[in-house]
Design a protein around this ligand. Structure first.
Ligand code: ZN
Length: 234
């Protein structure tokens, strides 16, 4: 009897795992299949530190939409029309990392990833600028909290850990990759400033002054110098 019961359980298991394999059977075990799916979902919730559900991944991506809709505050404050978004800024920085020459000791793939995530916390906290009067330590605290929340949506697994490490490395300027990407951050900004000056007749001198002499790599100095020289020729 035990063997017969086992056979029935085995049959049910097959119908649950492959509900659509047999067109007639597929109509019958649908409820059981849903139950099995629910069990999987519950199991995922039971181990939030090692996995993420499709639901939480879509929650994460929905948050990332705000990077596309949040305009860079520095431009908005200075009356730039149709200012770029945070995502626009991170995209061109990623391209900078993609096209840059290989440098000794620099992992270029890591730079591309770092550029993609370095402002990701702004999806939650927004683009906080000095004119907001938020102390640097408080800005950093808010951003770290936002980052932790976003990583938790990814289940705190390998992908979340990677994003967290890349963000912290950039924030703390602790590697050659971080120094190069920080240079890209400034270069992207002054190139955008030059473009707004040209297209919209703005004077955005302060962005050139605030970055002058602050580049950490020879590549950064060289690209910045090219932009400044083009601006002089305008
Ligand atoms: Zn940035």
């Amino acid at each position: 009897m035990g063997g017969g019961r086992g056979a029935i359980v085995a049959l049910l298991s097959i119908s649950v795992v492959h509900p659509a394999a047999d067109p007639i059977r597929s109509l019958l075990p649908l409820r059981r299949f849903r139950t099995a799916t629910a069990s999987v979902r519950m199991a995922s919730h039971a181990a939030p530190c090692s996995s993420s559900t499709a639901s939480s991944v879509i929650d994460f991506l929905t948050l990332c939409t705000r990077l596309k809709t949040t305009k860079r505050a520095g431009w908005v404050i200075r009356g730039v029309h149709d200012a770029e978004s945070v995502a626009d800024h991170m995209y061109r920085m990623s391209v900078m990392a993609l096209i840059s020459a290989d440098l000794p000791g620099v992992d270029r793939d890591r730079c591309i990833k770092m550029a993609v995530v370095h402002d990701i916390a702004e999806a939650i906290v927004g683009d906080i600028t000095p004119s907001d009067g938020v102390p640097k330590s408080e800005k950093s605290r808010r951003e770290r909290e936002a980052l932790d929340h976003m990583c938790s949506l990814l289940g705190d697994g390998a992908r979340a850990k990677e994003i967290h490490e890349l963000w912290m490395e950039y924030e703390e300027n602790t590697s050659l990759e971080a120094k190069l990407v920080k240079d890209f951050d400034k270069i992207e900004m002054i190139l955008q400033a030059l473009e707004y000056e040209t297209d919209q007749g703005k004077d955005l001198e302060e962005f050139f002054q605030s970055t002058s002499g602050k580049f950490q790599t020879d590549l950064g100095k060289s690209w910045a110098s090219e932009i400044v020289s083009r601006r002089r020729k305008k």
